[in-house]
Ligand binder design. Structure first.
Ligand code: ADP
Ligand code: ZN
Length: 756
């Protein structure tokens, strides 16, 4: 090996620092580094894995340290993906090294070792038989290596280990990739997988021919130009999934492209994932959170090599290392889970749009209840709106009725205490509807977006509410197992029988949770098979899928749960949906509270009546005139948007303006407050010295003032132009000085999804 001349390179390190670092690349590392390569460098007294961002021109002016190692022959990050990470870094104001760390599989960022060897054994399977020699001559006219591999595989019975083939013929990876791309062979992992998606019997279910509205949407997209963004607004049950599938068949199968499909959460959408699998089989890599680091890395490699052509996953699948990207689909684009809650606080939908633009791919944002941001962008002509206004098969949207909880008649004087308790939660009309479904063997879904048994415990004498010792939030009473639990920090304690403040003995459980509804229902309908789905019943791996499988196979009469039951479920035998309390969350001090309530009700209502038996929805509420409730009842998305947008014009909130939430936190209350005030004063001075559309609101304590023993204050930056917000945020985060005391921190949350 001839030594290369030494040169200087710029390296991004996974550190909370905005600067990058210069190192000297000696000629002696086993591999050369180029843009996107992993490099191992000394930092302080550690060795850290960084990413090479390019060459630094000119001679070194001061002493720079040497790169210790360049472990891989190829770049770990493609130029496109690096550009995406740099955009995230600039827009969300995060050091690029932290973005890169989040974008790459842990196995590549943690260890300073060569790319780990593949853990699973890959098996090559023959997919297509070429019976005549003539045909072989034609197919392999300019690809003799492919023919050798193909024929060896054939002689081995159509199945062989990739490594075995490789050892026998010594071909390059591209030969196999080409065979895969051409559909002649496929590659499978031979490891016994605990992945339920791999073992689920998805079969090769026949695809329905698209309906005329579906066909129109597909035609519009396939005729579109690279970089186009489509907002697919299709009511619940309008068959959006088939539209995605047909689009991908065109792009992936016919045009040889690749694609990313984002779903809010893999565990909650097994039906959607199954449908993709049943069509695209092993060309799909499902990136779910239960993968081990090794499995995730294998999937990543298979995507990078082009062996898998479609990545399906939650938020972080947006970083899938695919080449020739044809489309990114963002299903249920309104879901808050697309926003990452910790650094880097990116929104996968926005990253999707940026990535697609860079790579010439199209984006499809699909939802029955699009976010106001996406809707406004479509209205402004930035996205193309495509609509599916009917349910597939001529089914109608279920009729939705309001049950005004303020008007429920007082219980009859002779009613049993059990009946009184029951009717305080499940109104007589909902009770009757449930009984009717049970009689007829149909299924019901009940939504209550609050887990636990009782949402707080209060002293009947002094009014004291039991709160968490670490957070300024009340503890939720859980019955099985019996404990008071904080839903912010998971702190738990046994319930006490006396009030902490006045020593009173009458502690009352207030506020309703799913456990309590479950108990009341099982008392009222002892033979009903009730499944509860919330965070407490779905902690185990694949627990979601297990519950949903039971619903699907008819082993459940009533599915009761939090918002996780409102997403994408498609069960024909569900003919009743009940919302136990539509008002949960409707009055939170967050400008998105109404939007979230509307989306939740519209989505859960959409679970009813998907089969020929039709459906009915009952919404229990104490605020029937709230526009979120009224519009959900009328299935009137557009009116909701109009009224909600009007409400966000004054005082202005997104999408009328651009917003960032700056949170100051620390372990000392006083120091945190002072930091917030100093930060606000600093920013006010900056704003007054500049021509900018940015204005500042606050500071004020956060709605939840303390979480995990950290005090929290915040302020808002609002701007008409997004570039202004980038400049001010970036200047502030780079220059504002944070004292080294009380573990003080500042976080910048751009386009926040939660202000709590
Ligand atoms: P959405 O996501 O829009 O709520 P889905 O994609 O879940 O709707 O589709 C609703 C149901 O309609 C599914 O059971 C699906 O299999 C079925 N479906 C979709 N398109 C067709 C079609 N063209 N013909 C028959 N059935 C269809
Ligand atoms: Zn807590």
């Amino acid at each position: 090996m001839t030594a290369r001349p030494a040169r200087l390179i710029e390296v991004a390190l996974p550190l909370p620092l905005f600067r990058t670092f210069t190192y000297r690349l000696t000629g002696e590392t086993p591999n050369d580094a180029s843009v996107g390569s992993r490099v191992v460098v000394p930092f302080r007294d550690r060795r850290v894995v960084g990413i090479c961002l390019g060459d630094v021109p000119g001679p070194a002016v001061r002493a720079v340290k040497d790169v210790v190692d360049v472990p891989d022959a190829d770049a770990a990050v493609s130029a496109h993906l690096l550009a995406v990470c740099q955009w995230i870094s600039a827009y969300y104001v995060v050091p690029v090294g932290l973005v890169l760390r989040g974008a790459l599989p842990t196995l590549l960022t943690g260890a300073a070792e060569p790319r780990p060897a593949q853990k699973t054994q890959r098996i090559v399977v023959l997919r297509q038989h070429l019976p005549t020699l003539l045909e072989r001559d034609r197919v392999f006219a300019r690809a003799p290596r492919q023919r050798e591999v193909y024929e060896l595989l054939e002689s081995l019975g159509g199945r062989a280990g990739a490594q075995q083939l490789q050892e026998m013929l010594r071909f390059t990876a591209s030969v196999l990739t080409a065979l895969v791309t051409r559909g002649l062979v496929s590659i499978e992992d031979a490891v016994v997988s605990r992945d339920p998606f791999a073992s689920r019997d998805t079969g090769r279910s026949p695809l329905h021919p698209p309906t005329p509205p579906q066909r129109a949407a597909i035609a519009a997209m396939t005729a579109g130009a690279p970089g186009d963004v489509y907002l697919l607004h299709g009511i619940t049950g309008s068959g959006k999934t088939l539209v995605y599938i047909e689009l991908l068949r065109e792009l992936v199968e016919r045009r040889g492209k690749t694609a990313i499909v984002l779903v809010p959460e893999i565990a909650l959408t097994p039906q959607t994932v199954d449908r993709f699998r049943s069509v695209f089989g092993d060309r799909i890599a499902v990136l779910h959170s239960a993968l081990s680091d090794g499995e995730r890395y294998d999937a990543w490699l298979a995507l990078e090599r082009g062996e898998k052509r479609i990545a399906v996953g939650a938020r972080s699948a947006i970083f899938a290392p695919l080449c020739d990207l044809g489309a990114i689909i963002v299903d249920e684009e309104h879901e808050a889970s697309y926003k990452q809650g910790e650094t880097p606080r990116y929104h996968a939908r926005e990253v999707a749009i940026m990535r697609a633009q860079l790579e010439g791919a199209m984006v499809v944002l699909g939802s029955a209840t699009p976010s106001l941001e996406s809707w406004s962008n479509a209205a402004a002509g930035k996205y193309r709106l495509l609509e599916l206004r009917e349910r597939v098969g001529g089914g109608r949207l279920p009729s939705v009725e309001v049950v005004d909880l303020r008007q429920i008649a007082a219980p009859a004087p002779n009613a049993s205490p059990a009946t009184v308790a029951m009717h305080a939660v499940v109104s007589p009309v909902l009770e009757l509807a449930l009984a009717d479904r049970l009689d007829r063997g149909e299924q019901s879904i009940l939504l209550l977006n609050r887990r636990g048994y009782a949402s707080f415990v209060q002293c009947g004498e002094c009014g004291e509410v039991v709160t968490c010792q670490n957070c300024s939030i009340s503890l939720t009473y859980h019955r099985t197992p019996e404990r008071l639990v904080c839903h912010y920090c998971q702190h738990g304690e046994p319930p006490s029988s006396r009030c902490r403040r006045c020593n009173g003995m009458t502690l009352r459980q207030r506020g309703l949770g799913t456990q309590q509804v479950e108990r009341l229902l099982s008392e009222r309908f002892p033979s009903a098979r009730i499944a509860r789905m919330d965070v407490d019943t779905t902690g185990a791996k694949w627990a979601h899928a297990a519950i949903l499988d039971r619903v699907e196979s008819g082993d459940v009469d009533v599915l009761l749960g939090t918002q996780m039951i409102a997403k994408g479920l498609d069960f024909a035998n569900v003919t009743l949906v009940g919302v136990i309390d539509a008002d949960v969350g409707i009055n939170l001090p967050d400008f998105r509270a109404s939007e979230r309530c509307y989306q939740l009700m519209a989505q859960v209502a959409g679970r009813a009546g998907r089969g020929p038996k039709g459906g009915r929805v009952l919404i229990q509420t104490r605020s029937p005139s709230h526009h979120a409730v009224r519009c959900a009842v009328d299935h009137d998305y557009e009116r909701f948007v109009r009224e909600e947008l009007a409400g966000r014009a004054e005082p202005p909130y997104p999408p009328t303006i651009r917003l960032a939430n700056i949170v100051f936190s620390g372990t000392d209350e006083d120091a945190t407050m002072r930091l917030a005030e100093r930060g606000a004063a600093w920013l006010r001075r900056l704003l007054s010295a500049r021509r900018t559309t940015v204005s500042l609101i606050g500071p004020a304590p956060c709605a939840v003032e303390r979480i995990k023993n950290r005090w929290r204050w915040h302020l808002f930056l609002k701007a008409d132009r997004q570039g202004d917000l980038t400049r001010i945020g970036s200047y502030f985060l780079r220059r504002f000085d944070i004292p080294h005391t009380a573990d003080l921190r500042v976080t910048f949350d751009r386009d926040p999804m939660s202000l709590m």
